[in-house]
Design a binder for this molecule. Structure first.
Ligand code: 7GP
Length: 787
């Protein structure tokens, strides 16, 4: 990059878009001018990629969520001009950080599934894989969380209200999407997805819903102004807001409309391009040779009947042929075994949204049943496989029949899919099933967010090749017994902790000690993730310190964060509990130099970028068998935190890679929980274990105040006093408590041996290579996509 040219065009852009003199421009102006300048810089390469890949086999990642976060810093890193641009800006007295902070997160996802999609976009481009992302351009992303009096309050997230520096509206590629009761225009916004220092620029295409006709003048001319506006709103409603439920199906008509909307537009886009660039193949003989669609969980499955519809109804392909083509075009990823997330759509809703797709699904179901009957299966034996049963369309079944591949996202998770969730299918078609353990992009989650550690690694390894091939980190092991290196590791962690402490003071108003252990649990709030186990332990620890102020104890800061789905009362109760515990403990002078508790407000990608580098302990404490993989666990590991975790999801693979002796494993395993499931009685643990009783009783003792919301009663009840047919403590919080507590005690003791700790930390960093999403995406490309 030519520095002078960059500076020139930056200033030119700044003045052109603002009509102001340089000195009068605001941070916002400066941010958008920088976006423009970078978009100009990559324009050529982006076009080159689009042109080059017109006739190549491509993978299409269909996802209702892409949790991208901020793009500025990451794009500069991937372009290899981060330092230079910072310098250029400082030469004209612009502080990079202040304009960087102007960027709102693109929070177009809820949690793991959406963030994984974003990591995959980064890795595909970095590995020079031609992968196209298709999704929804929600006007409002995931709600902003505010904490008022300890309660979560949701606010809007109109992330593009000031503009969108990273998208190009491609009006000419607009598509018409027809619902039973309305017709809308789908307008694509393309975001460049940059490979790391390699000139590959892939595209993330997000569709926005707009009225088919901007303004209906017939209404207007008849003075029916509100009617004219109504139609416009009804169209825009479709992509107005991301549903904020993580792991919970949402049965509303509008949700299915969102799904059908982006799937239909995407399928039409693919088919029309195919007809344009492969104009000799009107029979679509080669369609599946050039397209493979990866379905990110059940949300985009409606794309399957939609492809059949477009082939049959709009291109005259015979139904059976269309089915064959489709079967070779789709692959399906499952991201959770929680039943409440598995989508099924009532026939009525489907008829209301996309009746023709329902017809097609019905036919597919009939064919399936017929085939099974011919094989001699009884009606009953066929039941688990039916795509439609009791007038419900079971989306996962549809995807499994119609896909060439079905995968889970960590070893244990895939095993559970085979043994349990999809066991009937596995019996029938074992060859379809495979595992793709998740990963994270090291560019965002280390190079960009932990510059100190990143530079240190490059210095120690004598090259920055590890940024392209993360398994190279393994070579760091030669420093395992080098005291100087270990001290440097501790120093870097300390610096990062100081930075986080400063940020937390500014944002949460809580002062924390960077010399204390930073123990962090950040993720969506969910019972299966067991934030309440963490909190019950803190309560008990607090009481112990009160009783015994001179007890041997290494000061610890417990940091929690995450959003609760707005309708999930118990998750919101957990947030209130965290804040209430924080209030009591942080105001108690007897203990607050030993423990502090922080609930960070509005946890999101850009907050994570500050938290992961500063963690000593990574809390990954889900009930065994419930967390499909987890990816936060990988971000912590890569940044040198030790995992305090159960034998669940990708934790298992973290323990395998870094050595369980360098982490803290606790809790019951899946097999044990399966065995005791029916006989489990949490009350036994409650009565037999004083610490458990102490912690649980505190929920109702009056020491903690839930402001008459009955929230703490709800948590109490769910643990030991089930209401209305509910089972008590289904997530085995009390069962695992004692082991969790003991493991914490061990951590607390071992932390003071700072060199041994640093050695463990280095072991984790050195073995994090496996968890690069580069590895994951290459596995998809090789095993499933054949790219
Ligand atoms: C999540 C899983 O809970 C998490 O364990 C995994 O790491 C992540 O996907 C990426 O694979 N699942 C979801 O976010 C989700 O919403 C239901 O799944 C649709």
């Amino acid at each position: 990059m030519n520095k002078n040219k960059f500076m020139e065009s930056y200033i030119e852009n700044l003045q052109r878009i603002t009509l102001k003199n340089f000195a009068e421009t605001s941070d916002k102006d400066r941010y958008f001018a920088l976006c423009d300048t970078i978009m100009e810089l990559i324009n050529q390469e982006w076009r080159n990629c689009k042109n080059r890949t017109r006739r190549s086999r491509k993978a299409y990642y269909f996802s209702a969520e892409f949790l991208v976060g901020r793009s500025l810093g990451n794009n500069l890193i991937n372009l290899g001009i981060y330092d230079e641009v910072k310098e250029i800006l400082s030469e004209i007295d612009i502080d990079f950080e202040s304009i960087e902070n102007f960027e709102d997160d693109a929070a177009l996802g809820n949690g793991g599934l959406g963030r994984l999609a974003a990591c995959f976009m980064d890795s595909a481009a970095t590995q020079k894989l031609d992968m196209y992302g298709y999704g929804v351009r929600y006007r409002e992303g995931l709600f902003k969380q505010k904490i008022e009096n300890g309660f979560q309050v949701e606010g809007g997230d109109h992330w593009i209200k000031d503009g969108d520096g990273w998208s190009i509206r491609v009006e000419s590629d607009s598509k018409i999407v027809k619902f039973r009761d309305q017709t809308v225009k789908a307008v694509p916004y393309d975001m460049p997805m940059l490979g790391f220092e390699n000139e590959q620029v892939n595209t993330l295409r997000l569709w926005q819903a707009e009225p088919f006709e901007e303004f209906d003048f017939s209404y207007f001319n008849n003075f029916q102004y509100d009617k004219a506006v109504e139609e416009k709103n009804r169209a825009e409603d479709i992509t107005r807001v991301l549903y904020p439920n993580d792991m919970q199906r949402e049965g509303r008509v509008l949700r299915l409309k969102q799904q059908y909307f982006f799937c239909s537009a995407s399928i039409q886009d693919m088919v029309s391009k195919y007809k344009r660039y492969f104009d000799h193949d009107l029979q679509f003989e080669d369609f599946s040779k050039y397209h493979i669609i990866q379905l990110n969980d059940t949300h985009p499955i409606i794309a399957i009947p939609e492809l059949i519809r477009v082939l049959v109804d709009e291109n005259g392909i015979e139904f059976e042929r269309a089915v064959e083509i489709t079967k070779n075009t789709f692959a399906f990823t499952n991201h959770t075994v929680l039943q409440e997330a598995l989508e099924s759509w009532p026939k009525d809703i489907m008829l209301e949204v996309c009746p023709r797709c329902f017809d097609i699904i019905k036919k597919l179901n009939e064919n399936l049943v017929k085939e099974f009957k011919e094989k001699g299966l009884s009606e009953e034996a066929i039941d688990p496989y039916r795509i439609i049963r009791f007038d419900q369309v079971r989306m996962a079944n549809l995807a499994i029949v119609m896909s060439k591949s079905v995968n889970g996202v960590a070893k244990l998770h895939t095993q559970i899919l085979k043994d349990d969730t999809f066991k009937n299918w596995y019996k029938l078609m074992p060859e379809k099933f495979n595992n793709k353990t998740n990963g994270i992009t090291p560019r965002r989650w280390l190079v960009y967010s932990n510059i100190k550690l990143s530079n240190f690694i490059t210095e120690k390894l004598g090259s920055d090749d590890w940024k392209y091939d993360l398994t190279k980190l393994k070579d760091l092991e030669k420093y395992l017994d080098d005291e100087k290196t270990l001290e440097e590791i501790n120093q870097i962690k300390f610096e990062n902790k100081k930075e986080l402490a400063k940020y937390i003071l500014e944002n949460e108003g809580i002062s924390i000690n960077p010399n204390s252990i930073f123990d962090i649990q950040v993720k969506r709030i969910h019972e299966y993730k067991r934030q309440h186990l963490n909190l019950l332990h803190i309560i008990n620890l607090y009481h112990k310190l009160k009783k015994n102020p001179d007890m041997d104890f290494y000061p610890t800061t417990f940091i929690l964060g995450g959003k609760a789905a707005p309708g999930y009362f118990r998750a919101k109760a957990i947030i209130k509990l965290a804040n209430e515990i924080a209030r009591v403990i942080n105001n108690d002078e007897e203990v607050n130099d030993k423990i502090k508790v922080v609930f960070v407000n509005n946890y999101r990608v850009s907050y994570g970028e500050k938290l992961f580098p500063a963690a000593d302990i990574s809390e990954q404490i889900s009930t065994a068998g419930k967390e499909a993989s987890g990816t936060g666990n990988m971000k912590f590991m890569l940044n040198g935190a030790l995992t305090l975790g159960t034998y669940d999801g990708a934790n298992i693979e973290i323990f395998e890679n870094a050595g369980v002796e360098n982490n803290y494993l606790f809790g019951a395993k899946v097999e044990e929980l399966n065995e005791i499931y029916d006989s489990y009685n949490p009350k036994e643990f409650y009565y037999k274990n004083e610490d458990i009783k102490d912690a649980v009783d505190t929920l109702l003792s009056g020491e903690l105040n839930d402001n008459d919301s009955y929230m703490f009663l709800d948590i109490y009840n769910c643990l030991i006093n089930p209401q209305g047919g509910e089972k008590a403590d289904t997530y085995f919080v009390l069962k695992d408590f004692e082991d969790y507590k003991k493991t914490h005690e061990k951590i607390n003791k071992e932390y003071s041996d700072r060199l041994t700790w640093a050695r463990k930390s280095l072991k984790n960093i050195a073995n994090a290579g496996y968890f690069s999403s580069d590895r994951t995406i290459l596995e998809y490309a090789k095993d499933i996509w054949k790219l």
